[in-house]
Design a protein around this ligand. Structure first.
Ligand code: HEM
Length: 202
């Protein structure tokens, strides 16, 4: 079957932003194996600060209506698990700075665009978790739960997410444009948040 247009468009219209995030100071060092453990922790703290407010807003949408069990896709608990494995206390974790500039999430179409970026990142996570294992010996139990995400189920979870995207897009060009613009705003917000100086996080 031909790939639905919305999936092809989402991928091509966010590719430059994806590549830019992948090449950022953390992503690049992770891929070339030079990331320090300290920077790995900062990277996780950054994702924590992004996911907490995002997850809070996203959880209010009727995901069941498009076949998504939102609770299964939460990432904050995985990030907290990793940060604890790396030595942070509960008090340290709740005190971490949170992103203030979030993509707009006023409609299910906008929320779907955000979900696309968050869920798509589990695909890269398959490579990133292998790198973390190689560099630090961490696995899903002891410091790499976030990047391991759904483990052997990443493919199936991604397929279900894609099906939900197709449902929400509804073969409607106006809805597709809203989803794509939202995905682009999500990448932009993440990139801006990752680029903020990290001193405050140390
Ligand atoms: C070192 C960092 C990263 C690497 C190496 C990486 C790598 C990958 C790979 C290999 C894929 C699968 C491409 C395919 O199947 O055609 C992918 C897809 C994706 N990644 Fe990343 N990624 C990274 C970071 C991120 C981040 C930080 C995000 C966003 C939070 C992200 C969002 C996505 C999305 C949305 C897709 C789905 C593309 C699509 O098929 O529509 N990635 N990534």
């Amino acid at each position: 079957m031909e790939r639905p247009r919305i999936l092809a468009e989402l991928k091509s219209q966010t590719r430059p932003q994806h590549d830019s995030v992948e090449q950022n100071r953390f992503g690049k060092a992770m891929m070339d194996g030079t990331l320090s453990q300290e920077d790995y922790r900062l990277f996780l703290q950054k994702f924590y600060g992004f996911h907490v407010p995002l997850e809070q807003v996203l959880s209010g949408f009727p995901w069941d209506s498009v076949g998504i069990n939102f609770d299964e896709r939460r990432k904050v608990a995985l990030l907290s698990h990793d940060l604890k494995a790396l030595g942070l206390s509960d008090a340290d974790i709740v005190a971490l700075p949170l992103a203030e500039t979030l993509p707009a999430m006023n409609t299910l179409e906008e929320a779907m665009g955000v979900m696309y970026v968050m869920e798509g990142s589990t695909l890269g996570g398959q490579i990133q978790s292998r790198q973390v294992q190689k560099m630090f010996g961490f696995d899903a139990e002891n410091g790499a739960a976030y990047f391991s995400s759904y483990g052997a189920n990443v493919g199936a979870m991604w397929k279900a997410c894609c099906e939900a995207i197709v449902k929400v897009a509804d073969d409607n060009l106006a809805k597709e444009d809203v989803i794509i613009a939202s995905a682009q705003r999500t990448f932009a917000a993440l990139e801006e948040w990752l680029a903020l100086e990290v001193e405050e996080l140390v």
